[in-house]
Design a protein around this ligand. Structure first.
Ligand code: PRT
Length: 225
């Protein structure tokens, strides 16, 4: 059982999910003083601390029980869970609530001139991606072999510079693909942000804080629908 009395929530420090996460917490009545340099922000009116980190660090912090809760994209979560299973590290978490922001899809995209005739046309090709585990799972579920190279940004440029045949990356509007001469051929994972929770049992004090804020989070989500 976790012992501290302040509930610790991990959120993205800066990026696409940080504004929506911060506004969700504020709308739930949490008084947050988030300044750029403070990585651990105290909520002044409730026993809650907010840990501000890279998105990619959030799943591990929750799976290892360092943070009680986290707000992160399902894409990052699923990739981390697969990666940690492979490494034999803790990979369990509770999906406490889906959140209705951060919507996107993880897709395979190929140069516009590529003659796509179904998943088999991707067999033996090389993809630039930040999500190798999700790509490998898709390949194995579809009976094809793929190679990959890891890129943490600017993935869309890889085919044009000869680094890869195609890409496996997040898409929301499709504008970036189009601007880089790519077409989406397969959606392999659909994602939104989620509130996740450690599988470790919370202390009664922390559980009671969670019982207070969870209905508020769900209420804010419902109001946004
Ligand atoms: O840096 P950090 O570790 O914190 O995480 P990150 O690099 O994943 O940060 P960030 O801020 O780029 O993304 C945070 C999360 O936002 C992602 O993990 C997704 O859950 C979610 N999200 C939603 C997106 C997008 N939409 C999205 N469109 N993340 C990235 N993109 C990128 C995509 O990679 C591509 O380069 O936007 C571009 C495509 O956008 P469109 O609109 O042109 O299709």
């Amino acid at each position: 059982m976790t012992t501290e009395t302040r509930l610790r929530i991990a959120m993205q420090k800066s990026g696409r999910l940080s504004d929506d996460t911060q506004s969700l917490l504020k709308r739930c009545g949490l008084k947050l003083n988030v300044s750029d340099r403070r990585l651990l922000a105290h909520v002044s009116n409730m026993p809650i601390d907010i840990m501000r980190v890279r998105s990619s660090d959030i799943p591990g912090l929750v799976m290892d029980g360092v943070c009680d809760l986290g707000i992160v994209g399902d894409n990052t979560l699923e990739e981390a869970a697969l990666e940690r299973q492979l490494m034999g590290s803790k990979s369990e978490y509770i999906k406490t609530s889906p959140l209705n922001f951060g919507g996107c899809r993880l897709s395979i995209a190929m140069p516009e001139e590529f003659n796509y005739q179904g998943v088999d046309s991707l067999n033996g090709l090389r993809f630039a991606t930040t999500y190798p585990q999700l790509l490998k799972r898709f390949a194995s579920q579809n009976g094809i072999n793929v190679d990959f190279c890891m890129l943490n940004g600017s993935v869309e440029v890889a085919p044009r510079v000869g680094l890869a045949d195609g890409i496996c990356d997040l898409v929301s509007t499709g504008t970036t693909l189009e601007a880089n001469g790519l077409k989406e051929v397969e959606i392999i994972f659909r994602s939104t942000a989620s509130l996740i929770q450690t599988v470790e049992q919370l202390s009664p004090k922390k559980q009671s804080i969670l019982n207070t804020i969870l209905p508020r989070i769900q209420g804010v989500m419902k109001a946004k629908e």
